[in-house]
Design a binder for this molecule. Structure first.
Ligand code: AMP
Ligand code: ZN
Length: 457
């Protein structure tokens, strides 16, 4: 298996430090509002990576944090006049449900910052003890000049980094690039007791402390969107490496490219932010998932009005092939073809893997009866690695948007009435019923042995 490593800038052979236990940490959401479709990209990409790893190695420990201490959360709580955990509990649940609708499995660990303050404080204490951090006026700062490799991950010169980060100039900082590990809280702000007074942790230290606690000092894979390379991951790397006496933090840094909307940046100010919570009411979650996987994860992905409908048509083809194999029993023990797995193991080349999947669907449509059990097994196994074809063709074709589509039993009753009318040679009535169903967005297909229906996409 190969993975592109941001640290080396190259695709490298992937070899876990312990082949019996692969460790992966991905930076998770700050839970104060709904996730947008761009936020869902790393979720789906790393979900596929976890599936590929799980099939190859006996154990994968995948952690994705929930940031439930943050100034944006504080602002939202203040505005609504509620405690922060009313906001974070609600939006952590929404996040989990929305990502589940995209077929993303819950990671093995979902640490929350509020539940890990002792680990965070302990790491800060160690960084002070080793001379990499210092306390000043209720703050604790990481001293960037104390870590010679700072800037290696983001490949920027330190001076350039400071300019890029627009770091706050504060009188208590020894160096303009020093960043906050701990900051004081005013009495009306949420805060926790610490050796430096009542306060709260900075954003970067939480990931360093939680990944150490759950996965150990050196982890195999660290992931997130490429916007996190600087300053977040550069700072995480500095903290963890210095707290661990110079031992490497993450061995492979994996970053996904950005999602744009009609070639534009997705931003509130542009007014083009698409929320997953809304999208899953209008489209099958599986189509949204496939849309996110149609491009290679490192490339930018442009989202337009056609993106999901096109993915839906692709899934119609896959489910159509599967439906034709309804009466076939999948051959036991037969796995996805090598072309498919090789593509995924080559830096998660999902477009190439999908091409192999569509080839299988095509083969299914033209296969001899003797070959069908093998093809069905291959199709199901391969699709499973991508988290696709996870429902019955029947359920797929009958999917209806939230609050729409009519009752399935009522539709079936009309289909049966039409069949009866046809049998009685009352073709006028049969056509009337068909037209009525078309108006409801239901398409009838007369096939050997009866009539089946699906919802028009
Ligand atoms: P945030 O809540 O902004 O920290 O983002 C959560 C995750 O989504 C991070 O891994 C970001 O890198 C990623 N992300 C945010 N916006 C986009 C986007 N437009 N395209 C792809 N990934 C994104
Ligand atoms: Zn992080």
């Amino acid at each position: 298996m190969h993975l592109h490593n941001t640290l080396s800038g190259r695709k490298e052979p992937f070899e876990p430090q312990d082949p019996k236990r692969v460790t992966m940490y991905v930076c998770g959401p700050t839970v104060y509002s709904y996730a947008h479709i761009g936020n869902a990209r790393p979720v789906v990409v790393f979900d596929v990576l976890a599936r590929v790893l799980r099939r190859k190695y006996p154990r994968v420990d995948y952690a994705r944090n929930i940031t439930d201490i943050d100034d944006k959360i504080n602002d939202a709580a203040k505005k609504q006049g509620v405690p922060i955990d009313a906001i974070t509990t609600h939006f952590a649940k929404v996040y989990r449900d929305d990502m589940a609708a995209l077929g993303a499995a819950t990671p093995d660990f979902e640490p929350r910052v509020t539940e890990n303050l002792p680990a965070i404080i302990s790491m800060i204490e160690r960084l002070i003890g080793s001379g990499h951090a210092y306390a000043a006026e209720g703050h604790v700062l990481f001293h960037v000049p104390a870590y010679a490799d700072y800037g290696q991950l983001s490949k920027r010169d330190r001076r350039e980094l400071i300019a890029g980060a627009r770091v706050e100039v504060a009188p208590y900082k020894k160096d303009a690039g020093d960043f906050v590990l701990w900051k004081p809280s005013t009495p009306d702000q949420p805060g926790w007791d610490s050796p430096w007074g009542r306060g709260r942790p900075g954003w970067h230290i939480e990931c360093s402390a939680m990944s150490e606690k759950i996965l150990g000092e050196t982890i195999d894979i660290h992931g997130g969107g490429h916007d996190l390379i600087f300053p977040h991951h550069e700072n995480e790397r500095a903290q963890s490496t210095c707290a661990h006496g110079g031992k490497p933090f993450a061995r492979y840094w994996v970053h996904n490219g950005f999602l744009t909307m009609n070639s534009e940046k997705m931003a509130k100010s542009v007014g083009n932010v698409l929320l997953v919570h809304d999208l899953i009411k209008q489209h099958p979650g599986e189509a949204i998932r496939l849309a996110l996987l149609n491009g290679h994860y490192r490339q930018p992905l442009d989202w337009t009005d056609d993106t999901v409908p096109n993915a839906r048509k692709q899934l119609d083809r896959l489910y159509g092939a599967l439906r034709e194999l309804d009466s076939v029993t999948a051959a036991p023990g037969v796995k996805a073809p090598a072309t498919f797995i090789d593509a995924l193991e080559d830096d998660l080349n999902t477009p190439m893997a999908l091409a192999a999947l569509f080839e299988l669907a095509h083969a299914a449509n033209t296969a001899t009866d003797a070959d069908k059990p093998r093809i069905k097994a291959q199709l199901l196994d391969a699709a499973g690695v991508m988290g696709l074809l996870q429902q019955s063709p029947e359920a797929w074709f009958k999917w209806a948007p939230a609050g729409g589509g009519g009752d399935e039993a009522a539709i079936q009753a009309l289909v049966d009435a039409r069949t009866a009318a046809k049998k009685a040679k009352n073709f006028k009535e049969a056509d009337r019923i068909r037209d009525d169903l078309v108006k409801q967005g239901v398409v009838l297909e007369d096939v050997p042995g009866g009539t089946r229906w699906k919802r028009a996409s």
